[in-house]
Write a new protein. Structure first.
Length: 135
C-alpha cells in the first residue's frame, strides 16, 4: 500500500470552500491587474505527516495541518468569510480510498489589518488539522 498524498486533501478543501461560494487561492492571492473579489480565502498547507497504522509499518495514516486565511476589505467581511469556511469544513472531506475525520479547527491568530495595501485588507488565519486512514 502506498503512502497517502497531500494534494488530494488540498483539492478537497478547495472544493469544499468553492462549493460554499468562496473564492479560493492556494499559497497566496494571485498577482496581476485583475481586481480580487471583496472577500476570499487563501489555503496554506504543509507536507503533512504519514505514520504507521500498525506494527507492520504500512505508513498509511495521514495527519496534516493547513491554514485558511480569510481576507476581506472590512473586519466583518473577514469574520464572515471565516464563518462560511468553518461551515464548509463542518463535515468530513471526500478523498478517494480514504476514511477522513471531520477537519478539526485549531484556532489561530487574531484578526489582522494590513495598511501596506490600498485599500487596507483584513486577514483572519484559521488553522485546521486533517486526518485520514485507508477506507
Amino acid at each position: 500500500m502506498t503512502s497517502p498524498a497531500v494534494l488530494p486533501y488540498v483539492a478537497a478543501v478547495q472544493a469544499a470552500l468553492a462549493n460554499a461560494s468562496l473564492a479560493v487561492y492556494l499559497g497566496g492571492a494571485p498577482a496581476g491587474p485583475a481586481p480580487l473579489p471583496k472577500t476570499y480565502c487563501v489555503v496554506y498547507t504543509g507536507p503533512g505527516q504519514v505514520s504507521s497504522a500498525s506494527i507492520a509499518d504500512d505508513r498509511t495514516t495521514l495527519d496534516m495541518l493547513l491554514q485558511i486565511t480569510c481576507v476581506a476589505t472590512t473586519p466583518e467581511g473577514s469574520l464572515g468569510t471565516a464563518d462560511r469556511a468553518r461551515a464548509a469544513l463542518a463535515v468530513p472531506l471526500t478523498v478517494d480510498g480514504r476514511a477522513t475525520w471531520r477537519p478539526e479547527e485549531l484556532g489561530g491568530p487574531h484578526l489582522l489589518r494590513d495598511d501596506d495595501v490600498t485599500p487596507p485588507l483584513y486577514y483572519l488565519p484559521v488553522q485546521y488539522r486533517l486526518r485520514s486512514i485507508p477506507a
